[in-house]
Design a protein around this ligand. Structure first.
Ligand code: RI2
Length: 307
């Protein structure tokens, strides 16, 4: 897919999930570089910068997308000619995509190690990483039962439920308002992350913080599965991750509610106190170690923008 096609697919959420939007964007930048036929390095650099901004504008608050674009376009100014720049971008993108794929396997195994045989596992939305952990536990022969929260407004929980059922996992779909009711019978909660702030707060699909509160109240451990590129260097100074507000029409048809305002925040922030561990490809960390992951991955001077 070209840049505009990829941008449209991310904007409309045809391509969605923090890991997927990151790797698809990386692939689109790689394809742009690979297919470039001009020989002026400056023009290609500008074109790649423009493409990066177009992709980022689709979901401007998405940390995984920003980090992916920055990783693919890093060190562009060191290239003396267009051939070197093409090779650099292709190689950066390939490294990013293959690390993301490897991360899924590693996170899946480490998460599965924390799911006991006979457990009931609750999850929300549709996270590749959380599902990797659940599927690995199932593959290891553990008898597990999964409660998948529907995840209004777009109901990505349906995808999770279908995926798990197709893999032979015992899965029950629940509405979001039934999360606390079902928490009493839950042994562990496993969720993904769209972003992680330097204080260990996890930004994930709207409803995750309510699930976390209910888990905390019931003393059910909450595991967050997230690759290191979900950590936000822009929060190193204590800044908050901006919450994306999407079209009210995703909630209901506004025409059916004249005079009614409709709010559609798509993520919420779960404070670190309600999170037991974050499973990353670098290891399992307490949320309080998020800052160290950011420094390790991005350095102290990583507050620069993509531009
Ligand atoms: P993976 C999704 O966001 C969900 O909130 C999900 O929990 C999170 O990304 C992480 O997903 P959206 O794109 O990266 O549906 O683990 O808004 O697949």
């Amino acid at each position: 897919m070209d840049i505009d096609g990829t941008a449209e697919a991310i904007r409309t959420m045809e391509v969605r999930g923090a890991a997927k939007i990151a790797t698809v964007a990386a692939g689109a930048l790689r394809d742009l570089a690979a297919g470039w036929e001009g020989d002026d390095v400056g023009t290609l650099r500008e074109e790649l910068g423009r493409a990066g901004r177009t992709l980022l504008d689709t979901r401007p608050t998405a940390v995984s997308l920003r980090n992916a674009i920055a990783a693919v376009l890093k060190d562009m100014e060191t290239c003396p000619d267009a051939t070197a720049l093409k090779e650099l971008v292709e190689s950066n993108a390939d490294v990013f995509i293959s690390r993301s794929e490897q991360a899924k396997g590693l996170i899946g195994r480490m998460c599965a190690g924390r799911i006991r045989d006979g457990s009931t596992v609750m999850t929300i939305c549709n996270s590749t990483m959380a599902i990797a952990g659940i599927l690995e536990a199932h593959r290891q022969g553990k008898s597990i039962r999964v409660l998948a929260a529907e995840s209004r407004p777009r109901r990505q929980g349906y995808i999770t439920a279908r995926t798990l059922a197709e893999a032979g996992v015992d899965v029950t779909l629940i509405v979001d308002s039934a999360v606390r009711y079902h928490m009493a019978k839950t042994d562990v909660a496993v969720v993904g992350a769209d972003a992680i702030a330097s204080n260990g707060a996890v930004i994930n699909k709207i409803g995750t913080s309510q699930l976390a509160l209910a888990a905390h109240e019931a003393r059910v451990p909450l595991i967050v599965c997230a690759e290191s590129y979900k950590f936000s260097p822009l929060t190193m100074g204590g800044e908050l991750v901006e919450i994306e507000m999407r079209d009210p029409a995703e909630v209901v048809d506004p025409g059916e509610f004249p005079g009614v305002k409709i709010s559609n925040p798509v993520f919420d922030a779960t404070p670190p106190e309600y999170i037991d561990v974050i499973v990353t490809e670098l290891g399992v960390i307490p949320p309080g170690a998020a800052y160290e992951i950011i420094v390790q991955q991005f350095g102290y001077g990583a507050l620069s923008e993509v531009e």
